[in-house]
Design a protein around this ligand. Structure first.
Ligand SMILES: [Zn+2]
Length: 309
């Protein structure tokens, strides 16, 4: 059986560090995780897109920890990582970047109107309660859990969760392992800088926002591939824009490309929109909305984009 065909599973990445991995990692099918300290308390990393998926995640948290979580961290505001925040045990504070809170509140539940097929359950919007701008350390018993802002990259508010003692990194959606990056709401110029910060930690294991856990030398290879992808997008954006092509036209011209084997190829269209915006001299983080670009991504895809959440 291929990885993509597997059911959701929990992988103990290193002692006390658990990844909740959801194949096939496509739209709205994300990973979460949790770290359990010596006292049995935990720090949770992200929730999921539907009430059913987050309930399964919370079951796993309870199975592997003996006390209530000390905090839930959001790596960014996207719905697949935050819609289940309200399902954390009572009294669990939600921590995220200050712009994560803003974006959760601004987006509301609009993703349920764009990707309509999942049974989301009775969602309640729950943004981070505690916010920071640059970095924050959670002291889980004796072990630090370091939160660092690395955006703008995938979004305005990307945070990585670094465990220095376990040399393990939760990368959020800076890393899709096996899928195309998605930079429509982030920054093409910022993304490589975020990858370099991740590289500087020299993680021995990396939990991506989507896809299987990456270990050892494969971490560097993944970061190399993602960097090369962004260079590719930047190059074809500059060429296409100079010729007067729209982002969709540029994407169609390069439909056959070295990254066409990665999942969610339609993200190329969104990424080109962001590249064009930055090439035009528009300010970083000029608002480009997924619902506005989604129809072009559907056109590139050649029909409705499926969602397995
Ligand atoms: Zn995301």
């Amino acid at each position: 059986m291929s990885w993509a065909e597997r059911e959701t599973y929990v992988e103990e990445v290193v002692d006390g560090v658990f990844a909740f991995i959801q194949p096939d990692g496509s739209w709205m099918v994300n990973n979460c995780g949790f770290v359990v300290g010596t006292s049995g308390r935990s720090v949770l990393v992200d929730t999921s897109s539907t009430a059913r998926r987050t309930a399964q995640f919370m079951d796993e948290v309870r199975r592997h920890s003996t006390r209530p979580p000390m905090a839930l961290v959001n790596t960014h505001h996207h719905p697949d990582h935050t819609y289940g925040n309200y399902q954390a045990p009572d009294g669990t504070p939600v921590v995220g970047h200050v712009l994560c809170r803003d974006e959760v509140l601004a987006a509301g539940l609009e993703a349920t109107k764009v990707i309509t097929t999942p049974d989301y359950g009775d969602l309640e919007l729950r943004p981070p309660d505690f916010t920071f701008t640059d970095r924050m350390t959670l002291h889980l018993d004796e072990s630090p859990v370091e939160l660092r802002y690395v955006g703008p990259a995938h979004t305005s508010n990307d945070v990585v969760v670094w465990l220095p003692e376990q040399r393990t990194l939760f990368a959020g959606d800076l890393c899709f392992a096996g899928g195309q990056p998605f930079l429509l709401e982030g920054s093409l110029s910022g993304f490589p800088k975020a990858l370099e910060i991740i590289r500087s930690y020299d993680p021995q294991a990396l939990v991506p926002g989507h896809g299987p856990v990456v270990r050892g030398d494969d971490v560097g290879r993944l970061l190399d591939d993602l960097t090369a992808y962004v260079e590719f997008v930047a190059r074809i954006a500059a060429e296409g824009r100079a010729e007067g092509l729209t982002p969709l036209e540029t994407a169609m011209r390069h439909k056959d490309n070295p990254y066409a084997g990665w999942q969610e190829t339609e993200r190329l269209v969104g990424n080109l929109h962001r590249a064009y915006s930055e090439l035009s001299g528009a300010p970083i983080l000029t608002r480009l909305r997924v619902p506005d670009v989604w129809p072009e991504m559907v056109a590139f895809h050649g029909g409705p984009i499926g969602c397995k959440a």
